[in-house]
Design a protein around this ligand. Structure first.
Ligand code: NAD
Length: 497
């Protein structure tokens, strides 16, 4: 297959990198290059930010009535609903996600835009009630200007949509910096969006985070940063943004617990656990990677999960029958295998997987078997560190108290699952678990109406939900004097100096 070339997308058109450099993007199902993407530098970052700034400040995207932005975003949603299939293959070639999952994500891409378009159409000033006499005051939500949106490789386009929909609806213009490991779908998306949005409203620059990403964050015309990625990347971005200083939203990693009580409906529970750790190969921010099971059902739950793990069929991610796709790239595969070896060395018991798959047929591909470790304790690396792969760490508990303590024994706090037929117990656990999202008898769903984000080292700020628009707005208070302004230096006080 011929290697496809993707340049940046700046000011409504493809833009070759200033330095003329491109990076290879390998298909993780074969290990072979399938595309090359622009390797951006500070000059490209500057061009993209200038383009976004001009669209905001000179060509007036930020000053448009909300209803006009809403109409364009609705048309964009319509286009996405009609044409999402054009984007599917690029995403699969880039990050190896199974076609059934990519199709499910992309057929719903339009739905992230519609509620925010509606919100843009109904933006209104709020009347304040100052205690001072002789004034009235309104509070107006205004955009920041140029937003830098930095995205990871696991679900690049869906995560970009979570940022773009509220940011554009609020009146900002955006420069997206997708992961250097999966940029193509975002470029293709930008080309579709350019059929509706004015030039410069949405720009995409690609390349390494420390090169072009940091140059975007440090650019003097950048006004707000929204970052999704690893804890390490997030810390660096927050550090660079602090020199602005720029406000930052950080959506970071997780080590999310799933707590199973003996009274749970085990069929539904097993589905939820498998969805939590084996769907997307565990390359999901909310992957339920720590399984905390009440001792009475520990054996039953583990043996059912082992049976499932051992039956899942690896194959080409483009084939709808495939159940195990490759991990997203070779360095990540090697990192996951390294963490499996560490777990073995630290004394956890590997009861399923623990190996690469399809090594004979596809020696350069990135398949790793669904893996389960039992006897994992909080002092082990596998308990503490995010694998971002299909590796489940299991431990047993006896009491509710112990379950809550184990669930919270992590630096992360992104999501958690609780499985019980006792609603009061479910709510008690939801109260006690430190996580931005707690699912009870359910797992891994996201919805435009529901906020998502982390506690502790999983980040701060929230995407989606009722406050997402406000995350991309700043507040301007407008005072109007309704009585003459009093003289601060009444004549009686005046003396020659
Ligand atoms: P990463 O931190 O390596 O990279 C994410 C993005 O940041 C990439 O575009 C990268 O180029 C850029 N970047 C890295 N260093 C940078 C710097 N110094 N300045 C500017 N940009 C920089 O993360 P990843 O490996 O691509 O993604 C996996 C991580 O993302 C996992 O930890 C996962 O949990 C997390 N994630 C979180 C969520 C969420 O909603 N909380 C969703 C998806 C993924």
């Amino acid at each position: 297959m011929a290697v496809r070339r993707f340049s940046h997308f700046i000011n409504g058109a493809d833009a070759p990198p200033a330095g003329g450099r491109y990076l290879a993007s390998e298909d993780p199902a074969t290990g072979q290059p399938w595309a090359e993407i622009a390797q951006g530098d500070a000059a490209d970052a500057g061009a993209a930010i200038q383009s976004a700034h001009a669209a905001f400040a000179e060509r007036g995207w930020g000053a448009l009535p909300g209803a006009e932005r809403a109409a364009m975003l609705t048309t964009l949603a319509d286009l996405l609903e009609a044409r999402w299939e054009e984007l599917v293959e690029a995403e699969i070639r880039d990050n190896g996600k199974r076609i059934v999952e990519v199709r499910a994500q992309f057929s719903g891409l339009h739905s992230w835009f519609r509620p925010f378009a509606k919100a843009a159409a109904t933006l209104e000033d709020q009347t304040m009630s100052p205690t001072l006499p002789g004034v009235t005051c309104t509070s107006r939500k205004v955009p920041f200007g140029v937003v830098v949106a930095i995205t990871p490789w696991n679900s690049p386009l869906m995560i970009a949509a979570w940022k773009l929909a509220p940011a554009l609806a609020a009146g900002n213009t955006v420069v997206v910096k997708p992961s250097e490991l999966a940029s193509a779908s975002t470029i293709l998306f930008a080309r579709i969006a350019a059929e509706v949005l004015p030039p410069g409203v949405l720009n995409v620059v690609t390349g390494f985070g420390h090169e072009v990403g940091e140059a975007l964050v440090r650019h003097p015309l950048a006004r707000k940063v929204s970052f999704t990625g690893s804890e390490i990347g997030g810390s660096k971005v927050a550090g660079a943004a602090a020199s602005g200083p720029l406000p930052v939203t950080l959506e970071l990693g997780g080590k999310s617990p799933q707590v199973v009580f003996a009274d749970a409906d085990l069929t539904a529970t097993l589905n939820g656990i498998a969805a939590g750790i084996f769907a997307s190969n565990g390359q999901s921010c909310v992957a339920g990677s720590r399984l905390i099971v009440q001792r009475a059902v520990h054996e039953e739950v583990v043996s059912a999960l082992v049976a499932t793990a051992n039956c899942l069929q690896p194959g080409d991610p483009m084939d709808p029958a495939t159940q195990i796709a490759p991990l997203a790239n070779a360095p990540h595969r090697d990192k996951v295998m390294g963490m499996i070896e560490t777990a073995k060395a630290e004394g956890a018991t590997c009861v399923a997987g623990g190996t690469r798959m399809l090594q004979t047929e596809r020696p350069d591909a990135c398949y790793v078997a669904p893996t389960i470790f039992t006897g994992v304790t909080p002092d082990m690396t596998l308990w503490q560190r995010e694998v971002f792969g299909p590796v489940l760490a299991v431990t047993a508990f006896d009491t509710e108290e112990e379950a809550a303590t184990l669930a919270n024994a992590s630096d992360y706090g992104l999501a958690a699952g609780v499985w019980t037929n006792d609603p009061a117990k479910g709510q008690r656990m939801a109260d006690r678990i430190e996580a931005g999202t707690v699912y009870i008898n359910h797992y891994r769903s996201v919805d435009p109406a529901v906020p998502i984000g982390g506690m502790k080292k999983s980040g701060y700020g929230r995407e989606l939900g009722p406050d997402a628009l406000a995350d991309y707005q700043q507040t301007k208070a407008i005072w109007v004097g309704t009585a003459p302004m009093p003289n601060p230096f009444p004549p009686a006080d005046r003396r020659p100096t």
